[in-house]
Design a protein around this ligand. Structure first.
Ligand SMILES: [Zn+2]
Length: 255
């Protein structure tokens, strides 16, 4: 490093690269969690739908059984009627009429049951269809959200190799002890070893820096650390002015 200002520029670059690379790690973890959560939610939905289909199938089986019972009773009725011609006395006729009555009532009752079952089936089927549609909508939304996040991860991943290369370059030219200090602070402070100063306040811990230190920070002639969180403090606005076009620009943007 030629000058202290160059060191400050390098420190800010280093922190920004660390931020970018951390954002990539966070986005990747988010994507993984999102895919896992979505798959779980869909599996839950599918299990619910499968249980519903099973109940509908059971009702259909029950319906078929009732229908079969009606057919059997109708066959019995036919046989009973056939016996009418062989009847020889009133007692037999009364008994046969009683039998036919019972069969008619049974058929009527079964038909009422069938009607009720049919209504139940229609309602269950409509509900199943509604849930099926909801599942499709949910899945489409999930796919869209996953794709959006995956796209952002991809963009970041595309930049990561270059960012890691630049990070290594900056670390190589910076003073080794300063890099070690940066690493120590970053490790203890959520990966942020270098903090900006905004309106006289450390952006790392949001605590005001002493006015004298703020003046020194604006001069960009020393390595300063926040008295509260010990992060290396850099006046980013001034540093950005330096890399944009020299001290004059820095002076302007500092105003
Ligand atoms: Zn601080």
């Amino acid at each position: 490093m030629e000058t202290l200002r160059e060191t400050l520029v390098a420190l800010v670059d280093l922190q920004r690269l660390e931020d970018e690379l951390r954002d990539l790690r966070v986005a990747k973890a988010e994507l993984e969690a999102m895919r896992r959560d979505n798959a779980e939610a869909l599996a839950g939905f599918d299990a619910m739908l499968a249980a519903q289909v099973e109940r509908i199938d059971e009702t259909k089986t029950f319906y078929a059984e009732k229908e079969q019972e009606i057919h059997e009773t109708e066959d019995n009725t036919k046989r009973s009627r056939a016996r009418l011609t062989h009847i020889t006395n009133q007692r037999e006729l009364t008994a046969l009429n009683k039998e036919l009555d019972a069969q008619r009532r049974q058929i009527q009752q079964r038909n009422e049951e069938l009607l009720k079952l049919m209504e139940e089936l229609d309602a269950a089927e409509a509900d199943r269809q509604k849930k099926q549609d909801a599942r499709q909508t949910l899945q489409s939304q999930m796919v869209a959200l996953e794709a959006e996040l995956a796209g952002r991860v991809e963009v970041r991943e595309g930049r990561a190799a270059e960012q890691m290369k630049r990070r290594a370059e900056i670390r190589a030219v910076l003073d080794r002890q300063l890099v070690a200090r940066f690493d120590r602070i970053a490790k203890a402070r959520d990966g942020v070893g270098v903090a900006d100063v905004v309106d006289g306040t450390c952006s790392g811990c949001k605590i005001q820096v002493p006015p004298q230190q703020f003046i020194r920070l604006q001069r960009m002639e020393s390595i300063e650390q926040c008295p509260s969180c010990v992060r290396i403090l850099v006046y980013f606005t001034g540093v950005d002015g330096l890399s944009a076009g020299g001290p004059e620009v820095a002076a302007q943007s500092a105003e």
